[in-house]
Design a protein around this ligand. Structure first.
Ligand code: UT7
Length: 370
């Protein structure tokens, strides 16, 4: 569904003012993933079928919130003091620190953002773009002035290391963008968006346990206890592949049409970094030439909701495009969900940061009553 187009003369758009990213330091190669799970696969199969050579994993001491805090702080610091401090924090994640409460308020607290509204958004691998659509709408309605959209994932906590269908695919990471209201002609302007879902495919990508249908542990709810497999991420890869190509292509076509761009005019195409073959299939169908396809799947794998902003931050740090270049972002994920956005390549600083472990309880500032 393409978002309602603006009234004639309404040129106000969300503009990206800063970018931040955070990758955990531990690099794990395909050979190491195979050895950890005694997987019946090969480095050649993984690289040939997915384009993934390595990924970063967070380890037990680092949480999604730690990755998110570091990426968000990097985005805020990249912007500098001239731009208003974030007045809303939206965290896209499938792997929150805890089922309850949301991770976003604690991230906002750790960033020193005071009592700003902060909430998690669950749209799996489409999470960042769902967040961008939401933040753009809130900005344009005047609900906030400087939203921060963060996407952070620690899939290593839900991926089964013994499952060859998923273990080689995923990595941990976070990335963030700072936004303000600006004009549709400015570098960084988010021009048009498209988003959608199809719950008929909700069983294709799942973590079965940990919700109201099947609780995570042994509380006697009468529903039954989950097995190990129920607590892990499962994906019917071949079916998901077909949906991903179809939905990202259609969503991209929709948002390009609303923007008034032809595919061959796109100078930067960044799709959800799930599989290089999926990305190439979408770009081929659209007609975006290989030289305009950007991504980092080779080095980070599939970082779920964080993958699109991570690839954007990575390419921006390398100055891969000129500010203002016509850019198309698209993503697809569990739900099923998908979303796309057109924007002008940002002229925004980029920072990368190491994960910020949460201070121990006794060092943490108490929240005093108002
Ligand atoms: O992030 C959310 C969205 N996620 C995605 O978009 C991911 C979508 N899916 C995929 O990326 C791919 O489907 C996978 C990477 C998961 C699998 O690649 P594929 O090319 O679709 O393989 P396939 O499932 O069609 O299997 C092809 C063959 C099968 O053998 P047969 O039946 O042809 O003899 C599989 O059993 O490859 C076999 N196979 C493997 N062989 C070695 C499947 N997984 C593996 C493996 N190593 N890891």
């Amino acid at each position: 569904m393409t978002s309602p187009s603006s009234a004639p003369g309404d040129r106000a758009r969300a503009v990206i003012t800063g970018l931040g990213s955070c990758l955990p330091p531990l690099v794990v190669t395909n050979t190491q993933v195979i050895a950890r799970g005694s997987l019946d696969t090969t480095d050649a199969w993984i690289t040939g079928r997915t384009g993934i050579h390595r990924r970063r994993l967070a380890g037990p001491a680092i949480s999604t919130g730690d990755l998110a805090t570091a990426a968000a702080r990097a985005a805020i610091d990249s912007v500098g003091p001239a731009v208003p401090r974030p007045d809303l924090l939206l965290l896209a994640t499938t792997t929150p620190d805890r089922p309850c409460p949301a991770t976003a308020p604690e991230v906002a607290h750790r960033l020193g953002l005071g009592t700003v509204p902060a909430f998690d958004l669950a749209a799996v691998c489409s999470g960042f773009l769902y967040g961008l659509v939401t933040a753009s709408a809130l900005l344009r309605s005047g609900t906030c002035r400087a939203p921060l959209v963060v996407a952070a994932e620690k899939y290593s906590t839900i991926v089964d290391p013994f499952d060859r269908d998923t273990a080689p695919l995923f990595g941990d990471a976070a990335a963030a963008v700072a936004l303000r209201l600006g004009d549709a002609d400015e570098p960084g302007a988010v021009l048009e968006t498209d988003w959608g879902s199809d719950g008929g495919g909700s069983d294709l990508i799942t973590v079965a346990a940990g919700g109201s249908r099947l609780p995570a542990t042994g509380i006697d709810t009468g529903i039954g206890a989950p097995g190990h497999g129920d607590r892990c991420f499962r994906m019917r890869g071949r079916q998901v592949y077909a949906h991903a190509v179809r939905r990202m292509t259609a969503s991209s076509e929709a948002v390009l049409a609303t923007t008034g761009w032809r595919p061959e005019e796109v100078r930067a195409f960044i799709g959800h970094q799930a599989n290089q073959r999926i990305l190439d299939a979408v770009a081929d169908r659209l007609g975006v030439p290989p030289r305009h396809r950007l991504g980092n799947i080779r080095d980070v794998g599939n970082t779920a909701g964080a993958s699109v902003p991570l690839a954007l931050a990575d390419a921006a740090a390398r100055h891969a495009c000129a500010p203002g270049a016509r850019t198309l972002l698209t993503a697809f994920g569990g739900g099923l969900t998908w979303a796309s956005a057109t924007l002008l390549w940002p002229d925004a600083p980029v920072r990368t940061a190491a994960p910020e472990p949460r201070p121990p309880l006794h060092d943490r500032q108490e929240v005093s009553p108002p």
